[in-house]
Design a protein around this ligand. Structure first.
Ligand code: MG
Length: 294
């Protein structure tokens, strides 16, 4: 199943999306007493395929705006840095990485940081250029995991049982701020720097997340083209690592890292400017398109 959040008369409404993406059914048509947001829904439905009645009537999508599937996450978005070998190499060679031990390319343990919840925007929304603050804006296509079942001390073997679904995240980054502050939070947490969507595909529908093609085009030019089988630390390892001393909660989002082909991977680097269109596609999920605006 696919779940999205639609802006209907100013209200952020969780909906089930039809398989063709052309129709929807508000969740409160299926669960009449339900009045919550997507995070409430995730907490409520341990198994959406089993716990929701079947949709019998679809409403045609007719101009209703898609918001991010989780428009206001309760907590920061967890992110993994340098999690594809080729990208770890391009980042090390770029000179922008102030986090690595000298001479190190691939990390020996997952590199985890977060983005503020206020970074989140949906498919089709503008990403602000902040040209007075940064001259080095970059894109990062990433598969994102949405946690369903809460837990601390989750083992690798149990990890996928805690995943509710998957979506796409663009981990937009101001490279000059990332480099100057020697810490990634500021350069990755500016407003609009986390496009997410277009929807969440449930774990049962997506199947194996370890063999998904991940692609990013900028203005129609293919920049990133990889597969999640090339992750250095796979999804079970990431969940085990983050949950070791922290309880993961329903609706937590984990962006799993970006492959090679980001702007700083080019020589000279190719940074984003107003008008640039970023389109990320991940197999089995869909596409996420956002435009840089001044
Ligand atoms: Mg990233």
């Amino acid at each position: 199943m696919r779940f999205a959040t639609l802006n209907i008369s100013g209200r952020a409404l969780p909906v089930v999306m039809a398989a063709d993406g052309m129709g929807f059914c508000p969740v409160d048509m299926l669960l009449p007493e339900f009045g919550g947001d997507m995070t409430d829904l995730i907490a409520r439905l341990a198994d959406p395929e089993r716990d929701l009645p079947a949709v019998t009537t679809w409403t045609k999508l007719a101009g209703q705006r898609l918001l991010a599937p989780i428009p206001c996450p309760r907590r920061n978005i967890f992110c993994v840095g340098k999690n594809y070998h080729e990208h770890a190499r391009e980042f090390a060679q770029s000179g922008f990485d102030t986090s690595a031990t000298k001479g190190e390319v691939a990390p020996t343990a997952p590199v985890v940081f977060t983005k503020a919840p206020s970074t989140v925007v949906g498919d089709g929304d503008a990403v602000l250029s902040f040209s007075a603050i940064t001259e080095q804006l970059d894109y990062e296509a990433e598969l994102a995991v949405v946690i369903g079942k809460p837990g601390r001390g989750i083992t690798r073997a149990a990890a996928l049982g805690h995943v509710w679904g998957y979506t796409i995240v663009n981990d937009v980054t101001a490279r000059d701020l990332q480099q100057r502050h020697r810490q990634w939070f500021l350069g990755k947490s500016m407003d609009t720097f986390c496009p997410m969507g277009p929807w969440i595909v449930t774990a049962a529908e997506l199947g194996d997340p370890a063999t998904l093609g991940v692609r990013c085009h900028v203005n129609g030019e293919l920049r990133q083209d990889a597969n999640t089988r090339d992750l250095i630390f796979d999804i079970p390892t990431i969940i085990e690592t983050i949950s070791r001393g922290m309880t993961l909660q329903p609706g937590d989002i984990i962006a799993t890292g970006t492959p090679a082909g980001v702007g700083i991977g080019f020589s000279p680097p190719r940074f984003l400017k107003p008008g640039d269109v970023m389109t990320i596609a991940i197999d089995g999920i869909g596409t996420l398109t956002n435009t840089i605006t001044s």
